[in-house]
Design a protein around this ligand. Structure first.
Ligand code: ADP
Ligand code: ZN
Length: 680
């Protein structure tokens, strides 16, 4: 028995602990902590995690807010039975200090009970032992090239270094065109932090799509760095968490969830590709990791580096307002940016979606022994099946949306609820037996391409080819080793990949995202086009072709010229005029349920309450209106948008109103989303 255990054994035999639980209730819960039950090596204290019984047979993890000595054997509090704590988690799982402050900020800002944000701060099953020899996944070590930082890179590193030296909070926006050496800046800053005895967190938007990046980071920092993500076993995740808490791992890399790792003496947080919407968690607890990173940075007096070739408009606006320090890497390493050609598809006799110009460019590129990336933002073979006789489209029974036609395996698939159906023999509406596959998909692109270029080795990267474990990595690695000539895919191909062999990027439908009824549609399209174009010509001359039916659209023109400033200057005034972010805040309330009438009633009641109680000078109420997808997964969907900033009293009021509404309309699901990244 350790000395602390003896000490504990000599102390009081019981404690009453007050805990926050991950349940949607604005209250805390009391439990009895009976030392003899648990034989813990310490007494419980604020910040500890405990496992407690909840409801009939659930066990949940709670955050201890306070503990006081309790009369042994006293099993009631205010007449209610007290239940007993089941276990006390090791000290590595405590949430104290700056992490507790971050948890409190999340709860307050996103209007959630504290207990509901606590699960962000620990791995799914804390305390799980990693099995035997199961180690961190081995990454191929990136060869650290012997490079001398450029003047611009040096300036960025120095700006971060000043904050590290002073121990002051800093928010830096690193705007560097694709391939301009942003990653080298991040790594150099982390090196400085380590030299000063400080730790680092490095956030990446999608870990599965960025194996190269992981290899570079872990290659540079060896055992001091570890990745933490959902692809690891529970035991592995716990091992990294615990090692970080003990200071054995000083650099934690991962997707948004890695932000909450218990890294000690945090000196720097990197948010790479900061514009990516995957930093926003779209399920409870809804939060934005970029925003949370800034808060954690402030709590630690650390430096936060937001990096992107296409910064989020809100980030750039913050930089322009002087809230972030803007650092620019204007040039691509080892050459210029690729040349983009716009191909007008109007009235064209393009063969199955390929213009002659694109087909020729593919041919030329392959002849030069260089690689090609083709981007089409929809998977499957055809967007829908339409009856040639009556025009009826085969729809998902649960979503009122056309089912996508997939060839291998042959089936119809709903991309919203994953409903699968056999391809019908005859039209459900008129009985005719003749369907027309309408609209394309990556599968079709692949098939057509193979017919065109029978010799070419083609690989496809989309959700259908990457469902297996490690499949992203296998495809990307094979393409990097040049075992394939052409990579066809959805937006997965646009992520930060660095493939030196690519000489051509083709975008089959550049206007694809522009028609979406979302205020960020233009921004998302600009980002996506710029990012995918940036995969071409990493070494040597690069070409890009945008096929489009809207060749004059200012978004497409700006992207073709790599003109971020130009895009920003046209888009910001529009956002201002319409009162969308960054000029005003947004809060989205989504209501859904199986009975349309009830959902609509609840939505009307709620909007009415908003209209009556919120100051119209401060907050504008939009809706209720059916959501862009009015029925998904057999649920009818409505939404209300609030434009403007809610003060603390209005927020508290809103939480109560939503709780009341949930009581009143039992069959209606109500969610609220602070700073939504999309309104659908
Ligand atoms: P980004 O993160 O902006 O896309 P990277 O950091 O991946 O850019 O850099 C692109 C390429 O340029 C990489 O191969 C990297 O090793 C190389 N590179 C970066 N900085 C330098 C430098 N100062 N000198 C030489 N090569 C560099
Ligand atoms: Zn569906």
């Amino acid at each position: 028995m350790s000395s602390s255990a003896q000490h504990a054994a000599a102390g009081p035999a019981e404690y009453l602990v007050e805990v926050a639980l991950p349940v949607p209730l604005e209250r805390t819960f009391s439990y009895r902590f009976v030392m003899a039950d648990l034989e813990p090596d310490r007494v419980p204290a604020a910040g500890d995690l405990v496992s407690v019984p909840f409801g009939r047979r659930r066990k949940v993890l709670g955050l201890v807010l306070g503990a006081r000595e309790w009369e042994a054997g006293q099993a009631k509090l205010d007449g209610f039975d007290l239940r007993r704590v089941t276990s006390l988690l090791p000290t590595e799982y405590r949430i104290t200090g700056e992490r507790l402050a971050l948890a409190r900020w999340l709860a307050e800002y996103y209007m959630l009970p504290l207990g509901e944000v606590v699960p962000l701060f620990h791995p799914p099953s804390p305390g799980t032992r990693a099995r035997g020899k199961e180690a961190q996944e081995a990454f191929p070590t990136g060869d650290t090239p012997d490079i001398t930082l450029t003047r611009h890179q040096e300036a960025a590193v120095a700006a971060a270094g000043r904050h590290l030296q002073e121990g002051s909070f800093g928010a830096l926006l690193l705007h560097g065109v694709t391939g301009s050496g942003k990653t080298e800046v991040y790594l150099a800053v982390i090196e400085q932090a380590l030299a000063a005895g400080k730790g680092a967190i490095f956030l990446l938007p999608e870990i599965a799509l960025t194996p190269q990046m992981l290899a570079r980071i872990t290659g540079r920092f060896g055992d001091k760095a570890a990745a933490i993500h959902s692809g690891l076993s529970a035991g592995q995740r716990c091992r990294v968490h615990e090692a970080a808490a003990r200071g054995e791992v000083q650099v934690v890399v991962g997707p948004r969830s890695a932000l909450f790792a218990p890294v000690r003496d945090l000196g720097v947080i990197v948010v790479d590709e900061e514009h990516e919407s995957s930093y926003k968690q779209d399920e409870k607890p809804r939060y934005h990791a970029r925003h949370a990173a800034l808060v954690r940075g402030r709590e630690n007096r650390a430096v936060v580096i937001l990096g992107s070739a296409t910064p989020d408009l809100e980030s750039m606006d913050n930089a322009r307002q002087g809230r972030y320090q803007l650092l620019i890497l204007p040039e691509r390493m080892g050459g210029g940016l690729p040349v983009v050609e716009i191909v007008d598809m109007r009235g064209s006799r393009a063969l199955e979606g390929f213009s002659p110009a694109l087909a020729q460019a593919v041919e030329e590129t392959l002849a030069q022994q260089r690689q090609v990336i083709l981007f089409y933002n929809r998977r499957g073979f055809a967007r829908m099946l339409q009856c040639r006789q009556c025009g009826e489209v085969v729809e998902c029974p649960a979503c009122d949306i056309g089912l996508t036609y997939h060839l291998r395996p042959r089936r119809l698939l709903c991309h919203y609820c994953d409903h699968q159906a056999e391809v019908p023999e005859t039209c459900p509406a008129c009985g005719a037996g003749d369907f027309l596959p309408q609209g394309g998909g990556t599968e079709k692109v692949e098939v057509n391409l193979q017919a065109h270029f029978p010799e070419a080795r083609i690989q496809r990267l989309d959700r259908d080819t990457t469902s297996g474990r490690g499949s992203h990595r296998r495809i990307l690695a094979a393409f990097a080793r040049r075992e394939a000539d052409i990579l066809v895919g959805t937006q997965m191909v646009a992520k930060g990949h660095h493939f030196p062999g690519v000489g051509l990027v083709g975008v089959l439908a550049a206007d694809h995202g522009l028609g979406l009824p979302d205020f960020r549609a233009a921004e998302r399209t600009f980002q996506l086009l710029t990012q995918v174009a940036g995969r071409s010509g990493r070494t040597g001359h690069g070409r890009v072709i945008f096929q489009t039916f809207r060749p004059d659209d200012p978004v497409i023109v700006a992207a073709s010229m790599h003109d971020y400033q130009g895009f920003m200057d046209q888009e910001l005034p529009l956002r201002r005029a319409l009162g969308y972010p960054p000029s005003r805040r947004l809060l989205r309330v989504g209501l859904s349920g199986r009975r349309k009438g009830t959902v609509e009633q609840a939505a009307l009641a709620l909007a009415g309450a908003f209209q009556q109680n919120l100051d119209p000078e401060q907050v504008q109420v939009l809706g209720p209106a059916p959501a862009v997808f009015p029925r998904l997964n057999d649920r009818f969907r409505y939404q209300i948008l609030l434009k403007g900033a809610l003060g603390a009293p209005a927020r508290r009021w809103l939480v109560q109103v939503l709780a009341q509404l949930k009581e009143e309309y039992r069959g209606v699901d109500v969610i609220h989303d602070v700073d939504p990244v999309g309104v659908y």
